[in-house]
Design a protein around this ligand. Structure first.
Ligand code: AMP
Length: 206
């Protein structure tokens, strides 16, 4: 199965992808995570990418598309989390023959609360929420004991920009896949458990 998880920032794409990966060992690729890894290397390219990401803008299509295609080249089954985010990207992966697209639908008010309370560990692998998923020890990751930080693109100004980008550039991707009749909507304002159960039902993986 070749699956895309689509949705607004903070809709829970990463959580669903991680749950499917954990339970079914499906290869899961987060475009944002790949880009953050490049930024962490502090290369010339990484520094360039960082400017787009910190402002909440999309990194140019051709670069992200090439990077994602390279990662999945040898894989038969996978989940794409946060890719494609524009119709241009969606068209550029037509040859991958995507099986299904899960659209996580959630009101903007809820996701803004999720994003502004989100904290990640310095290693960048684990996510918490000040109110809904606090760490055992304040400000410290339960798993790798590194300090918790706020992603710069989770600052209010960047969140506003990300939503602007989402409405103008990413939402048309929903209609693109609707027309291809491979998109299924999930109510992502529910608890993570219920969202995951709904996704598995759609994928007949219960
Ligand atoms: P995410 O971790 O999915 O929230 O993505 C964080 C940031 O990475 C986004 O706000 C964009 O700046 C960048 N990004 C992630 N995926 C893409 C994509 N498919 N195309 C362009 N930029 C992306």
């Amino acid at each position: 199965m070749k699956l895309i998880v689509l949705g607004a920032p903070g809709s829970g794409k990463g959580t669903v992808a991680e749950q499917l990966h954990q339970e079914f060992k499906l290869f899961s690729l987060s475009a944002g995570e790949l880009l953050r890894e490049e930024v962490a290397k502090n290369t010339t390219l990484g520094k360039e990418i960082k400017k787009y990401m910190e402002k909440g803008n999309l990194v140019p299509d051709t670069f992200v598309t090439e990077m994602v295609k390279l990662e999945v080249k040898t894989k038969k089954e996978y989940i794409l989390d946060g890719f494609p985010r524009s119709v241009e990207q969606a068209k550029a992966i037509a040859d991958l023959k995507i099986t299904k697209v899960i659209y996580l639908d959630v009101p903007e008010k809820i996701v803004i609360e999720r994003l502004s309370g989100r904290r990640i560990c310095k290693a960048g692998k684990h996510t918490y929420h000040l109110k809904y998923l606090p760490p055992k020890k304040k400000g410290i990751c339960d798993k790798d004991k590194t300090r918790l930080i706020q992603r710069k693109d989770d600052y209010p100004k960047a969140i506003r920009e990300r939503f602007k980008v989402y409405h103008h550039i990413t939402q048309p991707v929903i209609h693109f896949y609707q027309r291809k009749k491979i998109l299924q909507r999930v109510d992502a304002s529910q608890s993570p458990e219920k969202v995951y159960a709904a996704v598995k039902k759609i994928l007949r993986m219960k």
